[in-house]
Design a protein around this ligand. Structure first.
Ligand code: GLN
Length: 221
């Protein structure tokens, strides 16, 4: 049985929980039973958790919550020093980054776990929220069922993007083409940490949740 925590500050808990349960079924591995728990207190950040999701929201509001509840340091230790499997979606991607643009004005904390430079509202100037298809290349993420193609339909909500990576350990998992000349990183992995700009918990395609479960399974099995 896998125990997965979802940092619960702004209400994405149920969507992630549903997606994880669906993903576990689709993986069709009889050993997987997931128990999804809320993480809202430093006592909840324990070694009993096999994985953690830091969901979207407002990175400044999440930062404030983490500071007020003395969770910043325990979280950083749990992810960075203890190497636990962690997935940050959207605001989660921002918090995990080593650096964000305009950090001094931003008011959000940096858990300083990924060698990435992130732009908080990368797509903000063009349009706040949009949906777009992008190609995924990792064999683990490509097509497992007939309904799934080499493309993933991403929901971007005031989404961040990775401007650059500062260490070769960071593996780019997906890029979004903005036009024929430029594309931007929207999903990456560095060892135990996964991050996505978009919200896979809002679509039916559970490939990213399956990928996350596989990261955990590779650890525990
Ligand atoms: N851009 C937002 C921020 O700065 C994140 C948006 C999201 O998580 N949907 O926190």
């Amino acid at each position: 049985k896998l125990r997965i925590g979802v940092l619960e500050v702004q209400g994405a808990f149920q969507e992630h929980k549903n997606a994880l349960n669906k993903a576990a079924k689709e993986l069709n591995d009889r050993y997987i039973l997931v128990e999804v728990t809320e993480v809202r207190h430093s006592d909840h950040i324990t070694d009993e958790l096999n994985g953690l999701i830091i969901p979207g929201g407002e990175s400044t509001a999440i930062s404030l919550f983490l500071k007020r509840n003395n969770m910043e340091e325990p979280l950083r230790t749990w992810i960075r020093d203890k190497n636990h499997i962690t997935w940050g979606t959207c605001a989660g991607m921002i918090l995990l980054a080593k650096e964000t643009e305009h950090q001094k004005q931003g008011g959000q904390i940096s858990l300083n776990c990924m060698d990435t430079v992130v732009s908080r509202n990368y797509f903000g100037r063009q349009i706040n929220s949009f949906e777009a298809d992008f190609r995924i290349t990792d064999p683990d993420l490509i097509s497992k069922t007939n309904a799934e193609t080499d493309y993933f339909h991403g929901v971007f909500i005031r989404a961040p993007a990775i401007l650059r990576t500062t260490c070769s350990d960071v593996e780019v998992l997906a890029t979004l083409e903005e036009n024929s000349e430029s594309s931007v990183i929207v999903a990456a992995r560095q060892g135990n940490i996964l991050c996505t700009s978009f919200h896979p918990e809002l679509t039916e395609d559970t490939r990213w949740h399956r990928y996350f479960l596989k990261m955990i399974l590779n650890r525990v099995v």
